[in-house]
Ligand binder design. Sequence first.
Ligand SMILES: NC(=O)C[C@H](N)C(=O)O
Length: 326
Amino acid sequence: MALPNIYIVACGGTIAGKAATEEDLTGYTAGAATIDEVLQAVPAVHQYARIRGEQFCSIDSSDMSEGLWLALAARVQELAGRDDVDGIVVTHGTDTMEETAYFLNLAVHTEKPVVFVGSMRPATAISADGPLNLLEAVQAAAQAETGRYGVVIVMNGTICSARFVEKTDTTHVDTFKSRQLGYIGLMQDGMPMFYQAPLRRHTYESGLSCSGCAALPTVVVAYAYVGMERWIESLVPQGVCGLVLAGFGHGRMPGAVWQSLQKAMKEGLVVVRASRTLGGAVTPVAEYEGTICADTLTPQKAKILLQLALLKTRDIHEIEEAFREY
Ligand SMILES: NC(=O)C[C@H](N)C(=O)O
């Protein structure tokens, strides 16, 4: 049987990182190796797929930008539409991987597998985790079934939905977790094994799009802390369409901040209440009428959903609906 065609879109990150010595696990340059160099360490990939690819960018993922997201979404959409592409693997730094993966989960419309992968140790490290992660990402992308679950991250033997995944550790390899709702599957003996499916809309069922968009609407994230009201003036800078509050507990904030946000909401600011806690949902309460609830989305993902929703509508009820659906 012919091998599936897997296309790698390489974005840099630690999986392409180089350090001076093999013991150096943190002082390295991310994105220093090309995807061809990275692939040389994983000859086994060619047993599972016909591999082609491109160097989309070579960055530490802390330099990922909204402009690159728009270009990446367009490129992945175009690749997904090709008959000679069965699945797509995106190599990416881990620091912002969950954001880029969620952005594509909403903005790329395809039933083909889109798998994100990176590593926590640079390519030059002793026991580098990149080669096995990349092999497993290709193995997952080679199975058409993977596309049913939307954009996924395959790392450290686990498969996480872009909607529910978070980076949970600064340096250790066991960093990507879906703490609240669980992994959707595991990689075992070269095959993805799936146990649950995300029910929130994604990829082929997404009604959101960034096609033809030159820039995303400006949305900021404000982190709640004791004393944040001292910076109220700078909380709502000019030209901001939306604000996501990483609130206390169930999406709360100091009274003075709420008063100032209410004024800004009257002038058109859309406010989403998320939480700085590490679990649970933010749901509607009468006290914060007029705000939108992030549900279980982290503040950084709520920002992405708000940006894509704002491209489609300014109607607060439609935006609320999006937060229930995605
Ligand atoms: N492990 C990593 O990939 C971290 C790196 N700073 C990046 O996000 O590009």
